[in-house]
Design a protein around this ligand. Structure first.
Ligand SMILES: [Zn+2]
Ligand SMILES: [Zn+2]
Length: 274
């Protein structure tokens, strides 16, 4: 088992470049081993890196963007070279107006996996209270905007895995049943058409929704359309690496999956469940 989505930087001090140290990486890998994982993939947010700064003028983005992407790469590549069971990835936002900046920022490196994420719609953040879109638009409009971006990101072909598919459920009221239904279908259709993986993320269990991303209804639709899945914790601290993977595996089986995917060098291979 591989955890495909983890962060070295804690949420409360995300710009401390000291996390790119042997000590932090060792603690991260040790946590994965303790949980019985075979490997852990580090996927820091693209907006941590100065190279992404021109992508977006929003004060949140500008304020989060101070790391050197070369230092990130070198710290992980060094650890991998000496035998740490690590994969090197990145969690990349989809900003349709500025995506060329992000594509350039990622170019030229042999990533193990590139995750695609929607954290914002036009009106504000999906998962961040300070600039929350829920303060500005109603849940139906928010979900429609979110799904529009999510599906376009999946179909862009830039990402190996699309993350936390029903993320807005943890940060505001759900939309109407009709909008939720059309949202699930649109997400499942786009991922299937794109040949892109989804993640089963246990982060949702630690958020207000107290439910895995994606929930059982959406996960069943993904399975029915043949969308492959990977396992992830979205840990921002070592103790959550591999968090509740027993529940993730159960959710996968209940949705109808008999295998999960593992990425290395942006190639995926199937690993049977059970
Ligand atoms: Zn995310
Ligand atoms: Zn993440």
């Amino acid at each position: 088992m591989v955890d495909h989505h983890t962060h070295l930087a804690p949420d409360d001090d995300p710009l401390d470049e000291a996390v790119l140290s042997v000590e932090t990486i060792t603690a991260h890998v040790a946590a994965a081993m303790d949980r019985g994982l075979d490997a852990v993939c580090v996927t820091e947010h693209v907006y941590r890196f100065r190279v992404a700064k021109p992508a977006w003028a929003h004060p949140y983005w500008q304020g989060q963007t101070e790391w050197d992407i070369d230092a990130y790469w070198e710290a992980l590549a060094e650890a991998k070279e000496i035998g740490f069971p690590l994969r090197i990835g990145i969690e990349c936002d989809w900003l349709p107006e500025h995506q060329d900046v992000l594509v350039d920022a990622l170019a030229g490196r042999p990533w193990d996996v590139i995750l695609g994420s929607i954290h914002w719609v036009d009106e504000g953040a999906v998962d961040y209270d300070l600039y929350s879109a829920f303060d500005v638009i109603d849940p139906d409009a928010l979900w429609r905007g979110y799904v529009d971006r999510y599906t376009r990101a999946a179909l862009s072909g830039q990402f190996d895995v699309m993350t936390h598919a029903d993320l807005p459920k943890s940060f505001g009221p759900l939309p109407s049943a009709a909008v939720l239904d059309e949202s699930y279908d649109a997400i499942a259709d786009a991922l299937a058409e794109a040949g892109c993986c989804a993640e089963i993320s246990t982060a949702g269990l630690r958020k207000a929704a107290r439910e895995i991303y994606p929930g059982p209804d959406l996960l069943s639709r993904l399975c029915a359309r043949g969308v492959p899945v990977v396992l992830s914790s979205d840990a921002h601290e070592p103790e959550n690496v591999g968090f509740a993977f027993d529940q993730a595996l159960r959710a996968a089986a209940e949705a109808g999956y008999s295998e999960v995917m593992e990425f290395s060098g942006r190639d995926r291979r199937a690993v049977p469940l059970g």
